[in-house]
Ligand binder design. Structure first.
Ligand code: 13P
Ligand code: ZN
Length: 271
């Protein structure tokens, strides 16, 4: 079967179009990497046919031999659906973790997202705590980005506000959100800071830039960012309407966590 008909290319094309439509990923904003099983890649590609070898600026040996579907650097999410082979690529990490084999896509000399160091470091961090982890997603989700200008950047405060804005938030991300300092995108430094947070939280905010999410599949990861972004949107309306007059009490949030069998970050609820 053609790789264009593969589940992984179709799903990534659909989600990038959706994220663009939501206004979260202007121009080339945002990037996504998906870990794919070798057997699934082999259904669509000759894995001995390496199209290009791309250097890697850091040691990814913990991902040696792993296959990823990635978005290209400078590529627009809005264009993926009509031209997947120009905007996406399938890569394999070399055995020494110092280069990538390109097996499909990234046509016309394109390269993987400039945020590959952050993505790979986050994959390594998440795989250490969840062997079923597959997806890292970065987006410039509008209301979350706006909140990083007006809200305290204390992780507990930020998480509590999001939990209070929609009842389902605590159920969807009981692990909360973490926040790194403002850092230069695409650097190893921002990758190290983000991945250090990723062991404990699947959502990491980049102030004045966007958000990182991690999950077991595209739906789960998109849903995670979508839920946090919805809460940030509600927060924006609440602020515009004159601020909070009543909210969900910590006792009610604890009862919610108990009812849904989730554990809130210890110390985040005053109960
Ligand atoms: P890329 O086009 O290299 O993926 O970068 C976009 C982006 O959002 C950087 O943070
Ligand atoms: Zn970005």
């Amino acid at each position: 079967m053609s790789i264009l008909d593969s589940k992984f290319v179709k799903e990534l094309s659909a989600v990038t179009a959706l994220m663009y439509d939501k206004g979260w990923d202007e121009r080339n904003g945002g990037n996504i990497t998906v870990r794919i099983d070798a057997a699934e890649v082999e259904n669509h590609l000759d894995t001995n046919n390496v199209l290009r070898v791309l250097p890697l600026a850091f040691d990814a040996s913990k991902l040696a031999g792993e296959y990823f579907l990635v978005t290209g650097s400078g590529k627009y999410f809005k264009n993926v659906i009509d031209a997947p082979a120009e905007n996406l690529g399938v890569i394999r990490v070399s055995s020494d973790g110092r280069s990538l084999d390109l097996l499909w896509g990234l046509e016309n000399g394109a390269v993987p997202t400039s945020e590959l160091p952050s993505h790979f470091m986050c994959h390594i961090a998440r795989l250490a705590v969840d062997p079923e982890h597959r997806v890292v997603m970065h987006s410039h989700a509008t209301h979350l980005l706006a909140m990083t200008f007006s809200h305290s950047l204390d992780e507990r405060d930020f998480t509590r506000t999001l939990w209070q804005m929609c009842t389902e938030c605590l159920v969807v991300f009981p692990d909360g959100v973490s926040i790194v300092p403002w850092l230069i995108p695409g650097t190893l430094e921002i990758g190290e800071a983000t991945s250090a947070k990723m062991s404990a939280n699947r959502l990491v905010i980049w102030p004045q830039h966007g958000i990182y999410g991690a999950g077991r599949d595209l739906d789960e990861t998109f849903g995670l960012i979508e839920t946090a972004e919805k809460a940030a949107e509600v927060y924006t309306y609440v602020q515009a309407q004159g601020g909070v007059r009543q909210t969900i009490s910590d006792e009610d949030l604890q009862a919610l966590a108990d009812a849904f069998g989730v554990v809130a970050v210890p110390g985040y609820l005053n109960v």
